[in-house]
Ligand binder design. Structure first.
Ligand SMILES: *Cc1c(COP(=O)(O)O)cnc(C)c1O
Length: 479
């Protein structure tokens, strides 16, 4: 055997580097939790490229490389990470991921991932049960974006009148969604060849929920233009605002017009586990399909999305592919050959992450997590509301909240620029990580409270910090 190959496959070397890594990551978690390093060390991409070039020229060790990766990554476990909707994974999930990666079972067919397939089924069944799908089924796939596309392909086979998978599309089809939906729903329609007429965006009301009363008008308008609407997607919640659509009302329209009803619960599906907040999802049990990302509100690493169908057989309809080298004919509708139902062929054992958490700590873990973060956003809303320097966009439904710095003597356009400047300053300073969005043509600062280690005290200090930065910016622009 070549020396290098022998070296990298030596189990003792694995143990040594694993232990080094564990030491580094454990110290990292301690540092993060005590705020001895800041959430982000901002560097422009050109500066960081130059730094990496320098480091690589010095022949770095394993530990040095690891440190450099960590130093120039954003720290999701830091209590000041309040930006995008990616979870700070439970550290134990990273340990499970080590096994997932090492075993590397592909799971396209049962024999290439027996335990992975069984565990995926156990998790899908648990989710179906939680959402009230008595005879449901589903699978895991790599992210909400792909999950939504997969569901729309199934909807097309179910409601599209002809077998589009076999014959191609003659009819012009469309789906309905709120104008606040995640952009991947728009992409799914376009990927399916439906074009811009294939994605009908319904305006939102003052609370940024889909104006469901407009659904009949939009359907008849589409019909006049020769477009057949086959599906409607509810957001639970929509990404920018964190607002849940009224799923009950959408369900009723879907039933009346014979539409496929899909709930994009990528972010907020796990509210189903919260005794306090599950009512936000009322109506989802009437949907034909639901997706949820475990890597957002269920404390796992990315990507791992559950795709659930109310009727088990619909879970087979997105890809009517015959791949004879993988499946014998008789196996075509067996649940255990997962690649029949997913876009992926090889797929990691991604359901193991959420499975281990659920199995070891119980489903209450997710109740605690979701309830705490949704509560925390409401508390932040109260703080912002009470402060004249800030304006809250809307009372939060979930753990996403938008607000902005305001001052009486500025126009809206000046305020937009000011808040963009403020957010840029925060990014480059690195003490906190928050993001921004545009709503109603105005710029808003946006928080997603993802980290269970973030407390009210951290949010209190965020407010003081933002005021301080705003003051500094004003002072500079006044001179
Ligand atoms: C995050 C999100 C998506 C996209 O999911 P990915 O896992 O990032 O691909 C889709 N829809 C909603 C509502 C989301 O919040």
């Amino acid at each position: 055997m070549e020396a290098q190959i022998a070296y990298i496959f030596d189990p003792e070397k694995f143990y040594k580097s694993g232990k080094d890594m564990l030491d580094v990551l454990t110290q990292y978690l301690k540092d993060i939790q005590q705020d001895t390093i800041s959430v982000n060390q901002w560097m422009s991409s050109s500066d960081l490229s130059a730094q990496w070039t320098r480091i690589l020229s010095s022949n770095p060790t394993f530990k040095e490389l690891v440190s450099c990766v960590i130093d120039h990554s954003i720290h999701l476990h830091h209590p000041h990470y309040i930006g995008h909707q990616v979870s700070a994974p439970a550290p134990q999930v990273a340990v499970v991921d080590m096994m997932v990666s090492l075993l590397n079972n592909g799971m396209g067919v049962y024999e290439m991932g027996a335990s992975g397939s069984i565990i995926e089924k156990i998790m899908v069944d648990r989710f179906c049960q939680s959402f009230g799908y008595q005879t449901g089924s589903g699978f895991f796939t790599s992210g909400g974006t792909l999950a939504n596309l997969t569901v729309m392909l199934a909807a097309r086979q179910s409601k599209g009148l002809t077998d589009i998978w076999e014959e191609g599309a003659d009819l012009k089809l469309a789906l309905i969604v709120s104008e606040q939906a995640h952009y991947c729903v728009d992409r799914a329609a376009r990927i399916m060849g439906w074009g811009s007429k294939g994605i009908i965006k319904i305006p939102v009301d003052d609370d940024y929920k889909m104006r469901t009363e407009l659904i009949p008008d939009y359907i008849s308008q589409a019909e006049k233009e020769g477009v057949k609407v086959i599906a409607i997607v509810g957001s639970a919640p929509s990404t920018s605002t964190g607002k849940y659509d009224d799923l009950e009302r959408i369900a009723s329209y879907a039933e009346e017009y014979n539409l496929w009803f899909h709930v994009d619960a990528a972010h907020g599906g796990p509210a189903i586990f919260s005794g306090k907040y599950k009512a936000l999802l009322k109506g989802c049990e009437r949907a034909d399909s639901i997706i949820l990302d475990t890597h957002k509100m269920m404390l796992t690493s990315a990507l791992a999305t559950a795709v659930l169908f109310k009727n088990a057989e619909d879970s087979f309809s997105a890809f009517h592919t015959k791949a004879h080298y993988l499946w014998e004919d008789s196996q075509e509708y067996d649940w255990d050959n997962l690649a029949q139902r997913t876009f992926e062929c090889t797929k990691q054992m991604i359901a193991l992450r959420v499975f281990f958490l659920w199995q070891l700590y119980g489903v209450e873990l997710f109740d605690q997590h979701v309830t705490y973060l949704f509560d925390l956003a409401r508390k932040f809303g109260t703080m912002i509301d009470a402060d004249d320097d800030f304006e809250m966009f809307l009372k939060p439904d979930s753990n996403i909240i938008c607000f902005r710095w305001v001052a009486i003597d500025k126009t809206d356009v000046e305020l937009d620029e000011f808040n963009q400047h403020l957010r840029r300053t925060v990014l480059e300073d690195g003490q906190y990580y928050i993001v921004q969005t545009v709503l109603n043509n105005r710029t808003w600062l946006r928080l997603s409270l993802m980290n269970p280690l973030t407390t009210e005290a951290h949010l209190d200090s965020l407010i003081s910090y933002l005021k301080q930065k705003a003051k500094e910016i004003s002072a500079v622009s006044n001179t």
